[in-house]
Design a protein around this ligand. Structure first.
Ligand SMILES: NC(=O)c1ccc[n+]([C@@H]2O[C@H](COP(=O)([O-])OP(=O)(O)OC[C@H]3O[C@@H](n4cnc5c(N)ncnc54)[C@H](O)[C@@H]3O)[C@@H](O)[C@H]2O)c1
Length: 249
């Protein structure tokens, strides 16, 4: 098992890609703190994971800065340390630039960029002790500049910038910081597809491997790789877990 005796915080772990990561991490021997705003979904997941490993559910809104320290403290109190931080949760609403409101901007930046930033800082003292790994989430929407996604695209590219900076600043502390940019079939994508069916079809048609990824079997193994010693010489990078859609140079 690649993550034996490692403790991980996974935000947005009750749904979509996050849930796939939680399941895979447990299978690889990690102890997992699932953080999500959706209490009902979290309760359901924990019931389903009964007997499958050491896991706790922390029902907290990551867009509130003060929750970051509490999330790290609760995880360390329960498991005795922290090795891996997966900043996966992100909520956003899509609209053309001229119709994007301050509220839409705040939603995307507070749940995405700022939550990632606050949790990284809250986790830093613990990750420094363990030589930990941080995995943040980017998006092709930011890299390509997809229409109708300005608040989301900007928040995601800011996350990539924070990740590169932290990779440089914290390398001396033994902390690695990488980004995954996924394409996967999740409830979030299903919702987006209903609002923008043409854009959704364009995404599907643009995947060279011919299908949207599965959270647990396509995306989570890449996150396991970044969390494990297999990637010990990799930091500051974005891995495109997108079936070949975007090639970074
Ligand atoms: N699915 C894709 O194809 C795709 C493509 C590009 C990027 N991404 C990125 O991958 C990550 C996961 O995407 P997904 O499709 O699984 O998303 P999703 O919307 O299906 O799930 C997100 C989870 O985060 C939780 N969450 C939302 N706001 C929260 C908050 N304030 N506090 C705590 N938890 C909160 C939700 O309850 C949910 O469980 C996100 O960062 C997303 O932007 C996904």
């Amino acid at each position: 098992m690649k993550l034996s005796n490692r403790t991980a915080i996974i935000t947005g772990g009750a749904g979509g890609i996050g849930q796939g990561i939680v399941r895979r991490f447990l299978a690889e021997g990690a102890k997992v703190a699932v953080v999500d705003i959706d209490q009902a979904q979290g309760d359901k997941l924990l019931a389903d994971l009964e007997g499958k490993g050491e896991v706790i559910f922390i029902a907290k809104d990551i867009s509130k800065a003060e929750n970051a320290a509490a999330i790290v403290a609760e995880t360390v109190a329960r498991f005795g340390g922290l090795d891996i931080l997966v900043n996966n949760a992100h909520a956003s609403k899509q609209a053309p630039i001229m119709e994007t409101t301050q509220e839409m901007w705040d939603l995307s930046f507070n749940t995405g960029t700022m939550a990632t930033f606050h949790l990284m800082r809250a986790a830093y003292p613990e990750l420094k002790k363990t030589g930990g790994s941080i995995i943040n989430f980017g998006s092709g929407a930011g890299i390509k500049g997809l229409p109708n996604q300005v608040a989301y695209a900007a928040a995601k590219e800011a996350i990539r910038a924070i990740s590169r900076t932290a990779a440089n600043e914290w390398a001396a502390d033994g902390i690695r910081v990488n980004v995954v940019s996924p394409v996967a079939l999740t409830p979030g994508i299903v919702q987006w597809a209903k609002a923008f069916p043409d854009a959704y079809q364009e995404v599907v048609d643009g995947v060279p491997l011919g299908r949207l990824g599965d959270p647990e079997t396509d995306i989570a193994p890449i996150v396991v790789f970044l969390a494990s010693d297999d990637s010990q010489y990799l930091t500051g990078q974005t891995l495109m877990a997108d079936g070949g859609t975007i090639k970074l140079y």
